[in-house]
Design a binder for this molecule. Structure first.
Ligand SMILES: NC(=O)c1ccc[n+]([C@@H]2O[C@H](COP(=O)([O-])OP(=O)(O)OC[C@H]3O[C@@H](n4cnc5c(N)ncnc54)[C@H](O)[C@@H]3O)[C@@H](O)[C@H]2O)c1
Ligand SMILES: [Zn+2]
Ligand SMILES: [Zn+2]
Length: 393
């Protein structure tokens, strides 16, 4: 089959790889009809290379049609239309029972000290072949696939794999008080969807972004946006719009490759030049995040407010402003989205007639797998207004 594979920093290719097969009795094979490109893939493209192996199949936002089922993939049948969460989880362990599917004790990658395995996300997360491919082997198929109805287009449901529950959890963890204000940093797919979710739930939303097209896109849906490149001090600007206090809660939907950290960017460039064995060890111990967004979040949240980190941070020893965090008594919550925990909350919104979260017009680019190298490059540099890419294998 055809698949998108990783080969090095800013080097993805489309190659023929062996078709996946059933390996465990509770596996299924799904023929992919739509597969998203995520901001998290950009970390593999740029900074997490030390944890990748040449030829790894990328992608973790899959939907398609069940092609084959193992004898213990109960409840699933050939021909079912399904979406898979980006994390691999069993549904019956202690963690899954708490709604913490990203910590699944059946699939935890213990030799790396990490949580649940993820599709297409480096050896840190189990080196599981990913979903930007024609076919996908789905482990834990007795639980994971989310069955969706026939009829509406794929994109109504595709984002249940990641963007929707991720945005939903970001807003839930932000714990915005009634009539409160939520600040969302970053208007990539995750941040913009978090704005949509929060507005739908009745909160005032202010967003921060620097890319003109992304600002315009959010404004077109009525979001109040601060243009990062037009203000000196984002937190001060936020306070001026919130009676001097700051936002009740902040979602950081930027993560570890934030714009505006020149010094650590230089560190990153040097780091990328290290031999792979050395850089993996450095990354694990020393960390190399660009911390602008989290600092902005800590500054812009009001005293006693909540910061919800949904953008990914991967360094191990980043200095955080503990003095200010403690003094302001802020609450900090974070983690990968527990997809299955939120699906029942979101499903009525994507199956209803009026598509309140705008899933059908969310993607900007629908392309065949062959165009993956260009799609990755354009998504990273935001060329050609690339916002959300959906591969159609
Ligand atoms: N926790 C999870 O489960 C989960 C799931 C999916 C994605 N993510 C993470 O969420 C983050 C966003 O993902 P995405 O798909 O929206 O990616 P993206 O890279 O398209 O979005 C990031 C946006 O932040 C903007 N930005 C950069 N620096 C900024 C700054 N200092 N202030 C404000 N905005 C800034 C960028 O211009 C961009 O629009 C990534 O870190 C991704 O890995 C996490
Ligand atoms: Zn993702
Ligand atoms: Zn589990």
């Amino acid at each position: 089959m055809k698949a998108v594979t990783w080969h090095g920093r800013r080097d993805v290719r489309v190659e023929d790889v062996p078709d996946p097969t059933i390996q465990e009795p509770n596996d299924a094979i799904v023929r992919i009809t739509s597969s998203g490109l995520c901001g998290s893939d950009l970390h593999l493209y740029e900074t997490l290379g030390p944890f990748m192996t040449a030829g790894d199949v990328l992608g973790h936002e899959p939907m398609g049609i069940v092609e084959e089922v193992g004898p213990q993939a109960d409840g699933l049948a050939v021909g079912d239309r399904v979406v898979m969460p980006f994390q691999i989880c069993c549904g019956h362990c202690w963690m899954c029972q708490q709604g913490l599917h990203t910590q699944c004790e059946t699939t935890q990658v213990r030799d790396q000290g990490m949580g649940a395995a993820l599709f297409g996300y480096s050896k840190l997360y189990g080196a599981v072949p990913g979903a930007q491919a024609e076919y996908l082997r789905v482990p834990q198929a007795q639980f994971m696939p989310i069955k969706v109805p026939e009829g509406p287009p794929d994109e109504r449901f595709l984002y249940l794999s990641d963007v929707l529950p991720t945005a939903w959890q970001a807003v839930a963890y932000a714990d915005v008080p009634k009539d409160g204000t939520l600040l969302v940093l970053g208007l990539g797919p995750v941040g913009e969807m978090a704005c949509r979710v929060a507005a739908h739930q009745g909160f005032r939303v202010i967003a921060v972004e620097l890319e003109a097209e992304r600002i315009a896109r959010a404004q077109a849906r009525g979001t109040e946006v601060i243009d990062l490149s037009a203000v000196d001090d984002v937190a001060e600007e936020v306070r001026s719009r919130t009676q001097g206090r700051g936002a009740d809660a902040v979602v950081d939907a930027v993560g570890m490759e934030a714009h505006g950290s020149p010094v650590s960017k230089m560190g990153q460039t040097l780091f990328n030049m290290l031999p792979k064995k050395v850089s993996a060890a450095v990354m694990e111990r020393a960390g190399s995040d660009r911390m602008t967004a989290i600092y902005t979040a800590i500054d812009a949240v009001r005293r006693g407010g909540t910061v919800s980190l949904i953008g990914i941070y991967g360094g191990q020893s980043d200095p955080v402003p503990m003095l200010t965090m403690f003094d302001k008594q802020i609450q900090l919550r974070m983690g990968q989205a527990n997809v299955m925990r939120w699906v029942d909350d979101i499903m009525p919104l994507v199956t209803g007639p009026d598509d309140p979260l705008g899933t059908e017009e969310f993607a900007t680019h629908r392309v065949p797998l062959d165009e993956a190298p260009t799609a990755y490059a354009d998504f990273q540099t935001k060329t050609d207004d690339t916002f959300k890419v959906v591969f159609k294998p």
